[in-house]
Write a protein that binds this ligand. Structure first.
Ligand code: FAD
Length: 381
């Protein structure tokens, strides 16, 4: 590989043994029962950076390099050896891969498609726990080390830059930030893409594709956040809003075998996701950051197969016939048998008028832990 700089691997995170655990032969045999085993040769690219619906691999023999691409440069950010496995949260959510996976030593791998992996983590609690913990720790480490191929060029004095930073961070997307006012090398980058100063912030992906001052929706489309989601299927539940209430509904629904899709204007976690520390959430005696809570809840929902459409807002609900139809701000529609609306303001502002007198609907109050009363709505049977 040209221009490749190997770093000490695995990633030097706080808990490397948990981030890159070694599986026993017995555990590997249980995984192999869900997929297939195949031989690989050195140099074979298993997954390309930016590829959708990536596969999951366990190394029985040989070695896989996890390679970060940045323009023409490549960097090995982690190595999977015998008994170790590939993947992080994007595997479950179906988003694009953040890195290239390349065989560096020939051998034998167990390969699972995404659906087979979802079945495995639901069916096998021991393996599910090992995999989920590793995926979460890896994602946290990737974010901490800005591993990815996304560069945001902007100014900390610009509202649009702050909006995009928040959108990327809250959606767990690693990126490298370059400040036009602080970094002297930035002009070269801007010249390369013929960008004028009033067109920043810009977002560059793979060192080639670029957006100028994108909206959150454009950014989500550009990064393929929603690509793996089939919007033509009729869902059992389409949940409006992926705050704590929506995420909880998704976990309960999906864990009962329902097909669940969430719609979220901004990022999973809602208001709670912006909190620096929540002290009164049941089960977390030391408190938990809002971002951490959102990541855990989103991962839990994904584990049961629930999906979330990011940067999509429900604008209208049609209840004239079943299945119900939910219109989104991009003009497209989703179909669902039931529609929990987790945000009172969304229900009152745009969704309620179409529902009057039709369908089975209910609004019930829920008292937040701070004592304020909030209402959640449910349309369906
Ligand atoms: C800074 C901060 C700190 C807090 N700290 C605490 C605390 O320590 N303890 C505590 O108990 N509470 C705390 N809260 C309150 C707590 O966060 C809320 O009670 C909780 O988030 C409510 O959850 P929810 O899911 O009902 O709504 P929200 O969190 O508001 O989530 C609703 C979600 O729906 C999305 N949405 C809305 N309309 C639409 C639409 N039409 N289409 C698609 N998506 C839509 C929104 O983008 C949002 O993500 C805090 C709130 C903030 C802002």
């Amino acid at each position: 590989m040209n221009d490749t700089k190997a770093v000490s691997a695995p990633l030097p995170g706080a808990q490397p043994d948990r981030m890159f655990p070694g599986l026993t032969p017995e555990q590997m045999a249980r995984i192999a029962a869900h997929g297939r085993t195949r031989r690989v040769e050195a140099g074979e690219v298993l997954v390309e950076a930016g590829e959708e619906s990536v596969r999951f691999f366990v190394v029985k023999k040989g070695q896989i390099d996890v390679v970060r691409l940045s323009g023409d440069a490549q960097e090995v950010v982690a190595i999977c050896r015998e008994g170790q496995f590939t993947g992080e949260l994007n595997l479950l959510s179906g988003r694009r891969s953040l890195a290239r996976l390349c065989v560096s030593e020939p051998g034998e791998l167990i390969q699972l498609e995404r659906d087979q992996l979802v079945d495995l983590v639901q069916a096998d609690s021991e393996l599910g726990e090992i995999l989920m913990r590793a995926f979460i720790l890896r994602r946290v480490e990737l974010i901490a080390r800005d591993v990815g191929d996304l560069v945001l060029v902007g100014s900390s004095h610009s509202a649009a830059t702050l909006r995009i930073r928040e959108f990327l961070s809250r959606n767990g997307q690693p990126y490298t930030s370059v400040d036009v006012e602080r970094d002297p090398g930035v002009q070269e980058l801007l010249d390369r893409f013929l960008v004028t100063v009033d067109e920043v912030p810009i977002v560059i992906c793979h060192g080639r594709r670029m957006l100028r001052n994108p909206s959150n929706r454009q950014l989500a489309d550009f990064l393929g956040f929603n690509d793996a989601i089939d919007r033509t299927r009729i869902c059992d539940l389409v949940i409006v809003g992926a705050g704590p209430a929506g995420l909880a509904a998704a976990v309960y629904g999906a864990s009962e075998g329902l097909e669940v899709l969430m719609l979220e204007t901004n990022a999973p976690g809602g208001q709670a996701g912006t909190s620096s520390r929540i002290e009164n959430y049941l089960g977390f005696p030391n408190g938990i950051t809002g971002q951490d809570l959102a990541l855990r809840a989103y991962t839990q929902a994904s584990k049961f197969g629930a999906r979330v459409l990011i940067a999509k807002t429900a604008t209208r609900l049609h209840c004239e016939r079943r299945p119900y139809s939910i219109e989104m701000d991009d003009g497209s529609q989703l179909q669902a048998r039931s529609v929990p609306i987790s945000w009172k303001r969304a229900y009152l502002a745009c969704l309620r008028p179409e529902t009057r007198g039709q369908g089975t609907s209910g609004v019930w109050p829920r008292r937040s832990v701070r004592g304020r009363t909030r209402s959640h709505s449910f349309i369906g049977c």
